[in-house]
Ligand binder design. Structure first.
Ligand code: ATP
Length: 269
């Protein structure tokens, strides 16, 4: 089995992508001040597939995920180099309107973070800010997004209720509904189920599996069973590098790199 060489640049592309590539990075580096937290990460994300990012704590998964829709821009002292290609555009460039780009590449965070507003207003907030006033359209988006996030049946009679009164699992599905209301192409999720109980986790996982019919999903998870259950592809991160990238079933059963084998087998026992 190959071991990794941290002095090498690791560029990992799928041998034969089966679908169109929705998003990719080329030699992506992230620096926090002097600390280089991501080294030349080159990965490709297929459209309508779920890709899981796995690896030990501190290996750089969130750093990488955040850079995909320029969330690292908000961190003082952070710098990102390399290309992030979306629809033939390098979105890691000064000319990009970051807010517009995030309409195409949405994000859901680890802790549910609904606004202190009604369920309805949470979903319509960004659309209204973009000038959408058509009540019929807004009503439709609220219904469709909540249905897609598997929350509609539970909240359809209480859309005026505060989002903060929902359970943690429901709040997270509301945050997913809020993200998909903008009809993004790509959904980035940073451990979206880690703060949830097993039943809510299960519902979120089922929701994500259904959502991949319409969206390309990239998800950070510490939960190997979750990665195995829901993802089509997995990228293994180690020491700020994307070291191995493959179909999930191959990476979990026949990893090529020892560090990946140790990590995966340690978690599966
Ligand atoms: N805002 C920040 N400022 C400075 N350093 C940071 C920041 N965020 C992350 N780092 C550093 O970057 C490295 C990678 O961290 P990151 O959070 O991306 O790892 P991770 O694999 O997502 O970890 P975890 O699984 O614990 O969330 C770590 O050394 C971390 O200390």
């Amino acid at each position: 089995m190959a071991d990794y060489d941290l002095t090498q640049t690791h560029i990992i592309h799928l041998d034969e992508p089966k679908h169109e590539i929705a998003l990719s990075t080329e030699k992506l580096n992230v620096y926090y001040g002097e600390n280089r937290a991501m080294h030349d990460a080159s990965l490709q994300f297929e459209r309508y597939r779920i890709t899981a990012l796995i690896g030990a704590s501190g290996s750089g998964k969130s750093t990488y995920l955040r850079s995909l829709n320029r969330m690292n821009d908000n961190i003082a002292n952070s710098r990102v180099t390399g290309k992030i290609m979306y629809r033939d555009l390098n979105i890691n460039s000064d000319e990009i309107d970051v807010y517009k780009m995030r309409e195409h590449i949405g994000m859901v965070f680890q802790r549910p973070n609904p606004f202190a507003k009604s369920i309805y207003d949470n979903i319509t907030f960004a659309l209204k800010r973009h000038g959408q006033k058509d009540k019929k359209y807004l009503d439709e988006v609220v219904e469709t997004s909540l249905k897609q996030a598997a929350l509609w049946d539970q909240v359809k009679d209480s859309l005026g209720k505060s989002a903060l009164a929902l359970s943690g699992g429901q709040q997270q599905r509301l945050c997913i509904a809020r993200a998909i209301a903008m009809k993004p192409d790509i959904l980035l999720l940073d451990e979206p189920a880690s703060a949830l109980d097993p039943i809510s986790t299960n519902t979120v996982e089922e929701t994500l599996i259904r959502l991949k019919e319409e969206f390309t999903i990239v998800i950070v998870t510490h939960n190997m069973q979750q990665a195995a259950r829901i993802s089509d592809y997995t990228a293994f991160f180690h020491s700020g590098r994307a070291l191995e990238f493959d179909e999930t079933r191959k990476l979990f059963t026949r990893p090529k790199i020892k560090a990946a084998e140790d990590y995966v087998s340690g978690h599966f026992g």
